[in-house]
Design a protein around this ligand. Structure first.
Ligand SMILES: NC(=O)c1ccc[n+]([C@@H]2O[C@H](COP(=O)([O-])OP(=O)(O)OC[C@H]3O[C@@H](n4cnc5c(N)ncnc54)[C@H](O)[C@@H]3O)[C@@H](O)[C@H]2O)c1
Length: 442
């Protein structure tokens, strides 16, 4: 089989590379010349564990190709996956211009039957728009080529994207023809040898499934953040509460971690887009509006804790931040809570030195030299008034207390991901602030 994947971001690149791994011939296409040049040299433009090796292997076996030409990628393709961005529009709805631009391009270039699959996260009704955009171009060319549209939302998580794609919990395919079902079934069969299902459904339900899944996960996080904040007031420890409720099989223990707010390229924009879709359809999604509101507040909560500890006198203070990425194992800084905190600290007159194992280049690309970047987590602590942990990278989990104590001006730790043990912190002479845990004074 031969497929084209349009967009070589986190989703497109992982999708294309993983399909190539099963023997499919894949051509990935992107408008970004720089990305394609890097990929042609077998270098991944994004940090994703295991991806570089997999790209190299499949390129060397002549199964994975990169190009900036959509025409070239569509040659003899059985299916084309659209995996371009769908950023939020000004009103919060998903901006479909990239998706529809690609759809029109396909209509201008296709010369045989193919299944046009939307992998980007798109609102209900987008497949119909994709179909119309393709048809319009075919009409302009005055030719009639059969094609099917399908919706195949992606559920991979950055940081474990390869494993998620190779061994998915489920694959969701929205289809409206047997022919499209057959093509997708053939492509995805190698990924469900573990018995997990390929769930075929109508297109609108597939489009809705993606938004509902991300919204449910975001809801769990905001719910736990709300409970954590209440725990602080009433004197409970949210970490115990998390264990207490997570062991209930009806609830489960995933996505129950309170923290400095959710970020990334998906949850914030998808929650916004679903709220918008609901509003456009005259049905206010009240729960989801609260989820967003709680998260916006949570992203500012670390600053409140820090400011309160220092009696609202942050001018001239220096803070060390460990972790910038919105979560570990990625260099993605989209909507990262660390960016909100950095802005607040700077506005209050404080200075920041940060360390992140992989996201410093991307941070510098976004905010330049507004902060200093350290080569090592402990270097960031030199003369800092406190340590603030914003991303739970594994390498931060067992800190070297004696060195920390020596380097920091004040032995104060703000733990935005609850990775440290409050008692251990106190025993080692640190004042400790977590999320939903009682502050511990040394
Ligand atoms: N990142 C994730 O974890 C994740 C997970 C599931 C779903 N999604 C969804 O998948 C979609 C893509 O997300 P992403 O994070 O991979 O985005 P991204 O921004 O990392 O990548 C998008 C790519 O598309 C390219 N592009 C834009 N217009 C193009 C065109 N006309 N032709 C060819 N290439 C074009 C861009 O240059 C970019 O490289 C979004 O809808 C997102 O919501 C993302």
């Amino acid at each position: 089989m031969k497929i084209s994947v349009v967009g070589t971001g986190y989703v497109g690149l992982v999708t294309g590379t993983c399909f190539a791994e099963t023997g499919v011939t894949v051509t990935c296409v992107d408008v970004d010349q720089e990305k394609i040049s890097l990929l042609k040299a077998c270098k991944s433009p994004i940090y994703e564990p295991g991806l570089d090796d997999m790209i190299q292997r499949n390129v060397s076996k002549n199964r994975l190709f990169f190009t900036t030409s959509l025409t070239e990628s569509l040659l003899d393709a059985d299916a084309v996956f659209i995996a371009v961005g769908t950023p939020p529009d000004e009103d919060g709805s998903a901006d479909l211009s990239y998706v529809l631009e690609v759809a029109a391009g396909i209509g201008r270039q296709m010369d045989r039957y193919m299944v046009i699959v939307t992998k980007s996260t798109v609102p209900i009704g987008t497949a119909a728009k994709v179909e119309a955009a393709v048809r319009k171009e075919l009409l302009a060319r005055n030719i009639d080529i059969e094609f099917d549209v399908a919706s195949n939302p992606e559920f991979l998580k950055e940081g474990s994207a390869i494993q998620d794609f190779l061994k998915p919990d489920r694959i969701v395919c929205g289809i409206s023809s047997e022919r499209a079902e057959k093509t997708l079934n053939r492509l995805y069969k190698p990924f469900v040898l573990n018995g997990h299902p390929i769930i075929f459904m109508d297109i609108a339900s597939a489009e809705m499934t993606k938004y509902a899944a991300n919204s449910m996960l975001a809801t769990r996080i905001s719910f736990m953040n709300d409970i954590a904040n209440l725990c602080e007031i009433v004197g409970a420890d949210v970490d115990k509460v998390r264990l207490g409720i997570g062991s209930d099989s009806r609830i489960g223990n995933k996505f129950l971690y309170p923290g400095a707010g959710y970020g990334g390229s998906c949850f914030p924009k998808d929650v916004k887009a679903l709220i918008r879709t609901a509003a456009q359809n005259g049905y206010p999604l009240r729960v989801l509006k609260a989820v967003e509101e709680v998260n916006d507040d949570q992203k500012k909560r670390m600053f409140t804790k820090i400011s309160t500890h220092f009696n609202h006198q942050l001018k001239g203070l220096r803070f060390a931040i460990w972790g910038l990425a919105f979560k570990p194992n990625t260099d993605d800084m989209r909507e990262a809570p660390s960016l909100v905190l950095i802005q607040q600290l700077r506005e209050a007159g404080a200075q920041v030195t940060a360390y992140d194992p992989v996201a410093m280049t991307e941070t510098q690309r976004r905010i330049g030299d507004q902060i200093r970047y350290a080569d090592d987590p402990y270097e960031a602590l030199i003369d800092a008034d406190a340590l603030i942990l914003m991303t739970e990278w594994p390498e931060f989990r067992v800190p070297r207390y004696r060195i920390m104590e020596k380097l920091l001006k004040n032995s104060v730790v703000f733990d935005g991901r609850n990775i440290f043990e409050p008692d251990e912190m106190a025993e080692n002479g640190f004042s400790y602030y977590g999320i939903g845990r009682l502050p511990k004074k040394s």
